[in-house]
Design a protein around this ligand. Sequence first.
Ligand code: LRH
Ligand code: MN
Length: 393
Amino acid sequence: MSPTIEGRHRAAMDRLGAQAIELPSWAFGNSGTRFKVFAQKGVPRDPFEKVADAAQVHRFTGVAPSVALHIPWDTVEDYDVLARHAAELGVRIGTINANVFQDDDYMLGSVTNPDPRVRRKATDHLLACVDVMDATGSRDLKLWFSDGTNYPGQDDIAARQDRLATALAEVYRRLAPHQRMLLEYKLFEPAFYTMDVPDWGTAYAHCLELGPQAKVVVDTGHHAPGTNIEFIVALLLRAKKLGGFDFNSRFYADDDLMVGAADPFQLFRIMLEVVQAGGLDAEAGIAFMLDQCHNIEPKIRGQIRSVMNVQEATAKALLVDTQALAAAQTAGDVLGANAIVMDAYNTDTRPLVAEVRSEAGLDPDPVAAYARSGYAERIVAERVGGNQAGWGA
Ligand code: LRH
Ligand code: MN
């Protein structure tokens, strides 16, 4: 007999209460497109202020306990001091992202560059990011490479893969037993003919070659339009090679819009595969990270809304009557099975997620609570002068 709806709600609330969504430090800085980066008042000037803003999101949602850093955007004198600053604010430093996509030397590639001197420089930066992980106590090193080519013949595709594999292997050997390497793929941009890690298959192949501490990151904005991302997720979960997500949404390309904003049904379908494969279990080790840019909207509120979108989609996935679904699937009841999934998707989970917040002693409406806190006005008043943080490109 299928668990009662009440039973499913209770189980869902327990899961939702334990959810952890990691925020990107760079979402709190100025960002934009090649056309314009619109500066916003009150934007952080350093990683300490970025962490303080991220802590506001955790303060009001209760499920954003860690902040990912990007190096060198978040370089500080002493990472231990930054980690203690985060702890005082109730959060911790999470994933360390290595940036090898903004140095002039990397025009023809970083670890895949034809010039061994440039490859050495890039690999040394990746190794330096592992040193940062040692200082912050971070588990994950996330690697996204802008490496690629723009014209056929520009470089040898296979040779670049050899160079990539060599660099990854050297960094992999440097990892401590509890540390992981997360390899992120992207179909195009900034390269427009080949990207050296363009798709899940290439990332998966390199991670298999490296070993158990190497996993794939699925950035939801990095696929060709129409790609069935939840299929990739199901496959990587089955292979125990899904390390995490960079959540965002898009209408066209790598728009980095708020997760769930452009396609909430896709986010639900992805979370359904995660839930069904036990991906919410801590031991599954899936890093649920946001990777977004709030080019024209208030950044802290944008992050709060994004976390709420993930919570609501996760709640819908947790409300699927899995026993009835399995029975319908086994019976070949196509419409019955689809209806069970759509019933969950069409369930308004906002009251349930609000109840999770109340149970945690939080205001059921984090957006309103944040607005009432006056934090937004305070940082505009306080953060005068200095250099606002951004992508520094
Ligand atoms: C590349 C990417 C990657 C980050 C960057 C901020 O498009 O998704 O994850 O390093 O955005
Ligand atoms: Mn990303």
